[in-house]
Design a binder for this molecule. Sequence first.
Ligand code: 6PG
Length: 249
Amino acid sequence: MPSVAQPHVVVLDGPDEVAARAAHEFEVRARAAIAQRNCFAVALSGGKTPTRSFELLASPRFAGKIEWPRVHFFWGDERCVPPDDPASNYGQARTSLLAPIHAQDKSVHRMRGELEPHEGARDYTGLLSRFFGGGPIFDLVYLGLGPDGHTASLFPHSQSLEEAVSACVATHVPANAIPWRLTLTYPALNAARAVLFLVTGADKSDVLHRVLEGPRDPASLPAQGIAPAEGPPTWLVDRAAAARLQAHA
Ligand code: 6PG
């Protein structure tokens, strides 16, 4: 069994500090990627946690710091709903970041949740192939962590965990209020140059402990399957979420 590189865990005071560090990492990595390749390809996560960091990036604090026309926005997952649905991950990012920075349409590559799910997955896989000229290599991927150990929309014991070829698949999660979702797969996520998990709140302390310090079981804890080739993910967590960590506190 190959050894698993130790994750890099950064414990910060609270959600605002996590958001500030996440925004700082975005700026640093965007500037480096644009300097090297004239482009920064970033995959955003959904859920509630990243919103504050998106709002920060759109605030005067970051004005003039990032060459937005060189930033290309993608998503790690999407709910199968129209883009103007309150549950849309794209819609959330549009409100908190894309509209305030006047992101150009040609730089925003959303998953089309309005399509039939399997068609939406094929559509996004094709979009990524055309943009990257093959499999996607994101400069940065943001991920969250669900209480059940899911990340993106890679849910425990789902077929999507086995996908070894397509960059994006449709996944059916009956227990979810929105049961159909689109998600990047492990091949797409693990090809990224860098992965940042953002985890805050006491309700995540148990799952964060199990993912980082419990037995390795990616089928039950899909976040454990995130292992980028270029180096382990960085976890930006607040003290409440880190409360049960032994080795990383
Ligand atoms: C989604 C996300 C999902 C999210 C986690 C954490 O579409 O919901 O991509 O993976 O990151 O469920 O969500 P919170 O940040 O809301 O806790």
